[in-house]
Design a protein. Sequence first.
Length: 435
Amino acid sequence: MHDFCSPVDRREWLKAAGFTTLYASTLSWPILATAQSGAFNPHRYVFALRGDGIVAVIDPYEERVIRNITTTGRGGTLWTFTRDLKKLYIGNNAPNNRKVSVIDTENLNVRQEIETGNRPKHPLVSPDGKLLAINHSGMDDNQLRVTFVSTADDSIVRQVNIPVRNTSHAGDFSMHGAWSPDGAIFAIGNYADNKIILIQSSDFRYAEIETRGNPHYFDWRGREMWAMVEFDKPRQQSSLPQIVIVDATQALSPRVVTQFSMSRQDADTRNETFVEGHHGTFTNDGRRYISLNRGSGPGLPGVTVDVYDAATRQRLASLNANAPGVGHAYCTPDGRYALITQYNSMRLPVLDLQTLRIITTVDAGKGGHLGHAVFTQDGKKAFVSNRISDEVIVIDSGTWQIRNRISTAASGSAQGMVANAFYGVFERVVQPLLS
């Protein structure tokens, strides 16, 4: 346990584009695409975040860009909304960036930019909507900084500075964060020292949990947290992604309940570059957990998708997605399917969550790194980013056919995430917080 003590190679090719490396009980989830209206409606847009500092505002009914918002940042592709969806926070993560951009979703402009630290990574609003937490990919004074901001007036409440032992670490120092459903704990990973950090929001003290590799992503069911560790270090042919389950009933005295390895499809050959776990998330009902092996290096060749029973922690399926670079499993609003987005190919496998089989694959036909998706509230359409082609693809989720392509820029290969709803983890917006 530690007291807070301060006031107030994500891959070279990404840098060229400005990158580096509630409790809900029904489908009435907050989303920015709920109804058409001639009057202004702040809930009708899809925001397409670009690494070059542009936010393309898409009308999901007309399926076209209606405005571009220009920020001063670069590498801004991770985001969060306030609970009322009136503000969108964007972490500007490229080198030499230190600010979070605040977008006014009513007037469609930049409200302000908040300096939070070295390369803001993943801003995330707390379950009660009162606090914004931002981790950072770079260090400040040889420390890993997490900044907490009041969403009421966007003022900095606290900065938690965590000493880093391995200051010579190359690459990002932290990637993602996640709030516990009750908002009592904010979790991040310390890549340099291979640790999970749990920060208690009541007093900003924190606890550390050592892991066998880089803790990349987190999801919660109550006070039980599942963490995806990229691989057990040192990286070698036998390395596998690790899933670490933590009991955080006592925020400052957490304990590891168990940990286990993902499987490895034959297509993920016994070459260490084929192994790097990326995201792991629960389904809408919290009954299953989906983990994905993205792979590493410039090829990002991983294809393995595992599905686990969340209660028994038993593996239910191990699948070859046949689309290299699998990264995220975006659940449809009805919970029937997961759209598997990826970092390397032009293919989007569709996983049936009842049969646990890949039932079809959407082929974009051009571009690559189809990394992120959002659905309309009725689930009839998906909007998927295509980074290399600088576009957002619109998919009919009844037929899983592409119905439109929306260009967000003439060039740049900088199309990042798409945003239209409040989330706890961005792959699940129905039941965003699982109690």
